[in-house]
Write a protein that binds this ligand. Structure first.
Ligand SMILES: [Cu+2]
Length: 173
């Protein structure tokens, strides 16, 4: 019995020591957190939020185009895009659909099947951002996060506008 008591006493002692040690550890943890927060702030400062303007222009099916036809964004940036339909031909509708390179025809074809109520835009997880169809003179704003570094395309899915209406987006790190 004595031996057991000693063991219990030892355990208590160890526990007390452990508790005593725990406090400085917490302090150390707090000290470690401070530099980490600074690192996060540094990263956020590099990836600045961006505001861009994209216009849809052209009065005939062969002239329709995005201006600008090329864009560059930084990965992870919060992008506020103003999209303007500057066409002045009645019924010249345009949208902006951002997709990875190589699936434009597939998305455009699926968009025609989706129909006008879906803004000629299919439900597809690969679409990074899409706007509704805009009529001539209409302007709207959308926000999205710039995707992983790589090459992308922005297309208009109004029937017949792809592949004439096609822009190239480069996302850098
Ligand atoms: Cu269009």
């Amino acid at each position: 019995m004595k031996q057991v008591k000693i063991t219990l006493a030892s355990l208590l002692f160890v526990s007390l020591v452990a508790c005593g040690v725990a406090e400085p550890k917490e302090e150390t943890k707090t000290a470690e957190k401070a530099p980490k927060q600074t690192e996060t702030k540094t990263v956020m400062a590099v990836v600045e939020d961006m505001a861009i303007e994209v216009a849809a222009v052209g009065e005939t099916m062969m002239e329709v185009a995005f201006e600008p036809a090329t864009l560059t964004l930084v990965e992870g940036a919060e992008v506020t895009m103003t999209f303007k339909n500057q066409s002045s031909a009645a019924g010249m509708l345009h949208n902006f659909v951002l997709i990875p390179v190589g699936i434009g025809q597939e998305i455009a074809t699926a968009g025609i099947a989706a129909g006008p109520d879906a803004n000629f835009t299919p439900a597809d997880d690969r679409i990074i951002v899409s706007t509704k169809m805009t009529n001539m003179g209409e302007e709207l704003t959308v926000t999205f996060t710039a995707p992983a570094a790589g090459d992308y395309e922005y297309i208009c899915t109004y029937p017949g506008h792809y592949p004439v209406m096609l822009g190239k987006l480069t996302v850098t790190q």
